[in-house]
Design a protein around this ligand. Structure first.
Ligand code: ATP
Length: 213
């Protein structure tokens, strides 16, 4: 069954979340208090509503609380963001993701029990800075305790060496999970696999270790 997402607040953030989800085939219910914002997504998402999401009755009637995941992307009006989150919790939404506009807003959302609080500008800035520090960085998926899965262009120092010879796990606490080589995707590569120039490596490790390769 298709996953259903609700997006409340269609500023730049909410709009792009709704659009990307819908274009990827997910079912999206979107709403905003502003008619123009709703008009912009009307042809893209499955259901769209003009409503004040702090209005409990309107929120309930929209059916947005039946979504598997609801993204609350009301920022500047912190009071509205908090009211909406509390109401969604009371309506039994399983997964709530909320955008915070400042650290205090973020802390309030966390205290309310929102598992995933997004600080778009701060997060993007940190990501950019990290990407500048790790050479050949393409993508990072944080896992835990400083560990992430990285997609990096194979550093020069690794070229034409086998994984066995490099012994990255022992020397750098880095595990090579996969190698992208043109169209090929070598998952769980063996020790005999040689790293070639232009390989893209999918590795698990700590950022500082990967940056030092
Ligand atoms: P972004 O930074 O994502 O562009 P923004 O700066 O346009 O956002 P925000 O204050 O974060 O503005 O609000 C996002 C959207 O939430 C706006 O389109 C706004 O109309 C909508 N919004 C604000 N309050 C409510 C509400 N009570 N119910 C529904 N939508 C609301």
């Amino acid at each position: 069954m298709k996953r259903v997402f609700g997006v409340i607040g269609l500023g730049r953030f909410g709009y792009n979340v709704a659009k990307t989800l819908a274009e990827s085939g997910a079912e999206v219910i979107a709403c905003d208090i502003d008619e123009d914002k709703v008009r912009q997504v009307a042809d893209i998402v499955h259901h769209s509503f003009i409503l004040d999401a702090t209005d409990e009755k309107a929120l309930k009637e929209s059916g947005i609380a039946n979504a598997d995941t609801v993204i609350v992307s009301i920022g500047e009006n912190i009071e509205a963001s908090i009211l909406v989150v509390v109401q969604l919790m009371e309506l039994g939404v399983k997964e709530i993701i909320a955008k915070a506009v400042n650290p205090l807003h973020g802390r309030i959302l966390e205290r309310l029990g929102v598992k995933r609080v997004i600080h778009p500008e701060r997060d993007m800035a940190i990501r950019l800075a990290h990407s500048l520090l790790v050479g050949g960085f393409i993508e990072e998926i944080p896992i835990a305790d400083n560990y992430s899965i990285f997609e990096v262009i194979a550093p020069k120092g690794l070229h034409h060496k086998t994984l066995k010879a490099l012994d990255l796990r022992k020397k750098h606490d880095i595990t090579v999970l996969a190698i992208k080589r043109g169209e090929r995707f070598i998952v769980n590569p063996s020790g005999d696999e040689e790293i070639l120039p232009e390989d893209i490596l999918v590795v698990l490790g700590r950022r500082e270790k990967i940056g030092s390769l």
